[in-house]
Design a protein. Structure first.
Length: 413
């Protein structure tokens, strides 16, 4: 009988059969990032709403349309976190990480929330892996971060990912370009969507992301920041490209790449997989040299990225097998307690072991061992010595109960 309750629209239950692939993404991320000196950080699932309004940008879709915000019992305005960078930067300032050796290298994994239109690979609650390097303006940091995400994607067996690369310049150098872009948009405002027209003053860069046919046509001829970089920004970008070339990370220059967050400066990048269709992005990020200052700190350069676990899993070519017990203990009625004791002893010795807990008959237990994919069975029968059976070949060998754990442990010769 099914429940009348269902998960809220845009959320999902990650059932056990989905966990091996999700766990592989996180385990691979942990191995890769911690090997590169990134330490794990966990931040609260909800933060003060003003953190995101100030850090992400009030004119962005995330803040203006997609945040789940509420007032708590203490009349505080709180928001379920829609992204990770602002929270990590808040923690960097709150806990004095500027006193650490710089850059502070941090990574995270957890749930995030946005009120978006649900579709394949796009949910209102979703899981992200992210990495941040705070405290260095070296273009080598940009290149390292991009290479790390490229390596993660490669290690997961994803072969059709494309890296789009661009630069938005520094905040100061971008000012003149934004005025030029606003003038261009106003000159073509009759062809723009109402939403884009309403954001010409506050966020003209968002016009590059518009799906509206008329807007897309206008933006195909729009001036781009990549062609307006000042000398320092252009030099920074050239170093990033050169290092990526040296590292063998291939990329496509994309002058229209702006990403969806106001805090980005200089390098921006995104990995996409065409096989995923409309929601092709699997991860991306960029430099955000002004965010720490916007949150009340001293000017502090930084760069980071985030990757969607659900998107990565969809892009992975192979199903990850579910974990299975190496040993399944089968017991007659008189030996059920002994079977549990044996299973616990095997687990403590480092062996993956399981047993029947549904009081099946011996024949049913053997079927269950086969269903769960056990490699071997230990059969405890009051009428004979314990038997270890290879489930594939059917070969059996008798082993004294006192020697079973030692015989089956990983260190056994």
């Amino acid at each position: 009988m099914s429940s009348s309750f269902k998960a809220p629209r845009g959320t999902f239950d990650a059932l056990p059969e989905k966990q091996p692939a999700r766990r592989l993404v996180e385990d691979t991320s942990r191995l890769l990032l911690e090997r590169a000196g990134y330490a794990r950080i966990e931040t609260p699932i909800f933060e003060e709403t003003s953190l995101f309004a100030r850090g992400v940008g009030e004119s962005t879709d995330i803040v203006s349309k997609q945040m789940f915000s509420f007032t708590d019992q203490g009349d505080r305005e709180l928001t379920l976190r829609p992204e990770g960078t602002a929270s990590v930067c808040r923690a960097y300032l709150e806990h004095g990480m500027q006193k650490w050796p710089q850059p502070a290298k941090l990574w995270y994994s957890g749930p995030f929330f946005r009120h978006e239109r649900p579709q394949a690979g796009r949910y209102r609650q979703f899981q992200q892996i992210g990495a941040e390097a705070i405290g260095s303006d070296s273009p080598l940091v940009d290149a390292e971060m991009i290479a790390l995400l490229a390596d993660l994607i490669s290690m997961l067996g994803i072969t059709d990912a494309r890296l789009r690369l661009g630069s938005l310049g520094s905040v100061d150098s971008r000012a003149a370009y934004l005025e030029e872009l606003r003038g261009y948009l106003r000159a073509n405002d009759s062809e723009l969507s109402e939403e884009v027209r309403g954001r010409i003053d506050s966020n003209p860069l968002r016009a590059f992301d518009a799906d509206h046919e008329g807007t897309a046509k206008v933006m195909a001829e729009a001036p781009t920041m990549l062609d307006r970089l000042d000398a320092a920004d252009a030099e920074h970008f050239e170093v990033v490209k050169g290092v990526l070339d040296d590292l063998g990370v291939t990329y496509e220059l994309d002058p229209s790449l702006v990403r969806g967050l106001d805090y980005y400066t200089r390098t921006v990048f995104e990995f996409t997989c065409d096989s995923l269709g409309a929601q092709s992005g699997v991860g991306g990020g960029g430099r955000y040299d002004g965010l720490i200052e916007q949150l009340g700190g001293r000017p502090t350069p930084a760069v980071g990225w985030a990757a969607g676990v659900e998107r990565l899993v969809l892009a992975m070519p192979n199903q990850v097998p579910e974990p299975r017990a190496e040993i399944f203990v089968v017991a007659d009625d008189e030996n059920r307690k002994r079977a549990l004791r044996l299973v616990v002893d095997l687990r403590r010795a480092g062996v993956s072991a399981d047993l029947d807990l549904a009081e099946r008959a011996t024949k049913g237990q053997m079927k269950q061992a086969d269903r769960v994919g056990a490699k071997s069975c230990v059969i405890l029968d009051s009428d004979r010595e314990p038997v270890v059976r290879d489930m594939e070949s059917g070969e059996q060998v008798s082993v004294a109960l006192s020697n079973l754990v030692e015989r089956l442990s990983p260190d056994a010769s």
